[in-house]
Design a protein around this ligand. Structure first.
Ligand code: UDX
Ligand code: UDX
Length: 474
């Protein structure tokens, strides 16, 4: 018979007010008005932005997020830097901090850096008061829960506090940025990994406020942790697969859109996630695959490791082949030429630039001495400068030509006098560009490179612009 025992959850603390923690807690607070939700972060500036009166200044842009914040903030949803107090009050603590790829030491460049997850576990161990359920929300290497449990329990023994105890659960977040609120409200599935059925039921009861129970899956801790890595690896693999075929289409008489449509009609393959692109970006895909690569090697499976590493290699190659072909089309040099880059976010509907294809492509242009004019409707130019200033320095060291980058708020100003336009993000604004107007303000011969295949081909072909559409015969 099903075990229905559960803990009662009245207070939640989420450590990490980022792209995952912020939206996830906004939805939980909205759907569970009787639960108090405190979102904490060590970054005081970030917490201040979450508390901004002006909702357009929230640190994360997500369609629908501003409304949820407006409705629930300071009612049962609080953004605070009071980590100790929030943990003390909580029956359940979500760990939603970042787990970037390690920069130094063992596993550098591949393994996830767990220093922040560990520091969260230590804080929970120190401040928790009674039974506390610790939920891993961050994507973590398989068996991380073991480390979290050891930290929590080691502290228990040292303190000899018998009223304090912990249950650890894995509850990976599958939301995609840009559609985070919709993904949270209508998830394909909610995965809960754990051993303590009472704790698993407690987390399930939160989701049951809005998610159908058939969508809530239970598994072991290790299956849950690994499923998240594998899910991202499979998704990224689809993109590398389609992008590799885009290059083959350009050499043959095939068209990648037709190929995507034809293969996607096979139910076993499915039609989603087959859009050609300049390469996948975002904080998760590369990091999670590299982590999988590291884990497979660690467990003595080099063939498995090499298999998955190829997904990242094809992605890097796709970005490089785009910058190389643009240079080739512009007569082998872009030194001193103006290139308008439309879109810096790693995908549409987000202000996030992490691992965006735009970063390495713009860096390539800067090294070649081009003038790069960047437009993006949501990305803060300060964010772009964090990515490109380094290459600005490389540029000074590598050559003395007059290149550099500039941010434009107006699409047509970024395009004016340019030799080429490169569309990197599939923002709706770029679908409605007036190509006649553009052809009059560019320097001839002028090129439009469309890496998302979003331009209306019929209308651009009526102009004198040279048009390169990714994955079709040139
Ligand atoms: C992150 C991870 O990248 C992802 O793997 C995981 O699944 C969820 O968490 P994201 O929310 O996009 O995703 O990260 P980010 O926007 O960087 O937010 C993390 C926040 O944690 C930051 O605001 C950071 O200041 C905060 N943090 C980090 C803490 O509050 N305490 C710490 O000890 C470390
Ligand atoms: C991804 C996963 O989708 C999500 O489940 C997980 O929780 C976090 O990682 P995210 O990175 O936010 O989400 O966005 P996603 O929509 O998956 O896009 C990732 C990258 O792949 C983007 O750069 C996007 O442009 C690219 N992409 C996506 C393609 O190139 N083609 C596609 O068909 C789909």
């Amino acid at each position: 018979m099903e075990n229905l025992e559960s803990y009662l959850i009245k207070n939640i603390c989420c450590i990490g007010a980022g792209y995952v923690g912020g939206p996830t807690m906004a939805v939980i607070a909205d759907k569970c008005p009787t639960i108090e939700v405190n979102v904490v972060d060590i970054d005081h500036k970030r917490i201040k932005s979450w508390n901004e009166e002006d909702l357009s200044r929230l640190p994360v842009f997500e369609p629908g997020l501003d409304n949820l914040i407006k409705k629930n903030r300071n009612k049962n949803l609080f953004f605070t830097t009071k980590i100790e107090d929030s943990i003390k009050k909580a029956d359940m603590v979500f760990i939603s901090v970042n787990t970037p790829t390690k920069k130094n030491g063992v596993g550098a460049g591949l393994a996830s850096d767990l220093c922040w997850v560990e520091s969260c576990a230590r804080q929970v161990a120190e401040f928790a008061q009674s039974h506390t359920i610790v939920v891993e929300k961050s994507t973590l290497p398989v068996r991380t829960a073991e480390a979290i449990e050891s930290i929590l329990n080691a502290n228990l023994n040292a303190d000899k506090e018998q009223d304090k105890s912990f249950s650890v659960l894995s509850n990976p977040e599958f939301l995609a940025e840009g559609s985070a609120i919709n993904d949270l409200i209508n998830p394909d599935r909610v995965l809960i990994g754990g051993r303590d059925i009472k704790a698993m039921n407690a987390l399930k009861s939160i989701y049951l406020s809005w998610v159908d129970q058939n969508k809530i899956l239970y598994s072991s801790l290790w299956s849950s942790e690994l499923s998240k890595l594998v899910s991202n690896a499979f998704l990224a693999q689809r993109i590398s697969s389609i992008n590799s075929i885009s290059a083959l289409c350009e050499k043959t008489d095939a068209d990648i859109r037709e190929v995507s449509m034809a293969i996607g009609r096979d139910k076993r393959i499915g039609a989603n996630f087959l859009n050609v692109s300049p390469g996948f970006g975002g904080s998760c895909f590369k990091k999670d695959i590299l982590n999988l690569v590291y884990l497979a090697n660690y467990y003595g499976l080099p063939e498995v490791s090499q298999y998955w590493e190829q997904v990242v290699k094809i992605n890097d190659w796709q970005k490089k082949r785009i910058s190389n072909l643009i240079i080739k089309k512009l007569f082998g040099t872009i030194s001193g030429k103006k290139i308008a880059v439309l879109g810096f976010a790693f995908k549409a509907n987000t202000n996030d630039t992490r691992e965006s294809a735009a970063i390495s492509i713009c860096q390539d242009f800067l090294i070649e001495g081009a003038k790069v004019a960047i437009h993006d409707p949501k990305v803060d130019p300060k964010q772009i400068s964090l990515h490109l200033n380094q290459s600005q320095k490389d540029l000074e060291e590598l050559n003395s030509m007059q290149g550099g980058w500039q941010f434009f708020e107006n699409i047509y100003e970024s395009i004016s006098d340019s030799d080429a336009i490169l569309i990197l993000t599939e923002w709706d604004q770029y679908k409605d560009i007036d190509w006649f107007k553009v052809s009059n303000i560019m320097r001839s011969p002028s090129w439009v490179f469309d890496t998302r295949s979003i331009v209306n081909e019929t209308s651009i072909k009526k102009t004198n612009l040279n048009y390169w559409n990714i994955g079709s015969i040139q």
